[in-house]
Design a protein around this ligand. Structure first.
Ligand code: BTN
Length: 326
């Protein structure tokens, strides 16, 4: 474990620690502690430094811990998967795409920090340290790649169930992969394919959940975090275990029954149903009324000529409600 990460663990309690005390614990000088503090700040963690008192992380942090995540999981389920918790990585999705040993089905990775977290359509997923959940799982289906759109939507239902278990009830889903609360983004999903042969598809499913964002995050869309919604900092290890359970349950059902099993649950959470929307593909802009999804998970738009048009998730750049941000 790096010194910076050890320092972070000491500061995670949210109390003041003097530079001298921290230096003694880590066996380094006070100026070395100062340098490590700069590094932690670059990871996106807010640190208060007060003369005579020392350093403190306001509100503290709930750091991820493998043993605690495993303790929260039912024993049979924890035997089905392999979990790794990393202090930092470029992207948890990329880690599973690159890493030879992680090619096995059921390999799960969490990271405290992503230096190159990615969102849909080459966007950056802002990933400050210790603040949120960055999760990926590797899976393999004996189903065709054309069903991946449904998989992204079914994952949305699993994330909504995870948040529901944590007491967040009014979550909505925005096609194809956004999890919203009061029209602000609370979580996102990125599914990447790793291999495909006839009726067999290997995927990496990535989920990012905003848990406890630092002040002024570099995000260019309306967002919210769990701490703001529930009024206190969630236990990230418990949240991580809930997420694993819900995603694995979803995958088992998806494998057996396909997306059809999730349609009615997704529709019940549809953020834009019957709302006027603007839909952008790479080449065109469409206006119409959102009419939910079909059994394959495609988006249905009632266009201005009163005709229903279907969209696949790969071709859509953005869907926006014309009511919410009018
Ligand atoms: C989106 O809404 O655009 C998708 C965001 C997906 C973010 C998660 S965080 C864990 C995993 N690793 C990544 O680099 N991205 C996904």
């Amino acid at each position: 474990m790096s010194l910076a990460y050890q320092l972070l663990s000491l500061l995670a309690d949210g109390k003041f620690h003097s530079g001298e005390d921290l230096g003694n614990k880590l066996q380094v000088t006070r100026s070395h502690i100062w340098k490590l503090i700069q590094k932690i700040t670059q990871w996106g963690v807010e640190i208060h430094s007060v003369k005579g008192k020392g350093y403190r992380i306001p509100m503290g942090l709930s750091l991820l811990n493998l043993a605690q995540i495993q303790n929260h999981l039912p024993i049979p389920l924890s035997k089905e998967i392999h979990i790794e918790v990393l202090p930092e990585v470029d992207s948890t999705n990329q880690y599973l795409l690159d890493n030879g040993k992680s090619k096995q089905k059921g390999f799960v990775v969490f990271s405290e920090y992503q230096s190159n977290g990615r969102g849909r359509r080459q966007r950056t997923w802002y990933s400050p340290l210790g603040a949120n959940i960055y999760f990926s799982i590797r899976w393999s289906f004996d189903r065709d790649a054309s069903e991946l759109c449904g998989l992204s939507l079914a994952t949305g239902v699993a994330v909504a169930n995870t948040l529901e278990r944590y007491g967040i009830h009014q979550v909505k889903l925005k096609w194809p992969n956004d999890i919203l609360f009061n029209n602000q983004k609370l979580a996102g999903i990125l599914i990447e394919m790793t291999g495909e042969s006839y009726s067999n598809t290997d995927v990496v499913i990535g989920v990012g959940i905003n848990v406890q964002m630092p002040a002024n995050p570099a995000i260019d869309q309306h967002w919210i975090d769990m701490t703001t919604i529930i009024g206190h900092r969630p236990d990230r290890n418990l949240l991580a275990a809930y997420l694993i359970e819900e995603v694995l349950e979803m995958l088992a059902i998806f494998q057996q029954k396909g997306f059809q099993a999730f349609v009615k649950y997704w529709q019940a959470l549809d953020a834009y149903y019957n709302q006027p929307v603007r839909l952008a593909t790479a080449t065109e802009i469409f206006f119409g009324i959102a009419k939910g999804i079909n059994a394959r998970g495609e988006f249905i738009l009632l266009n201005q000529e009163n005709k229903e048009v279907r969209f696949l998730h790969g071709e859509v750049v953005q869907v926006r409600s014309l009511e919410v941000y009018a």
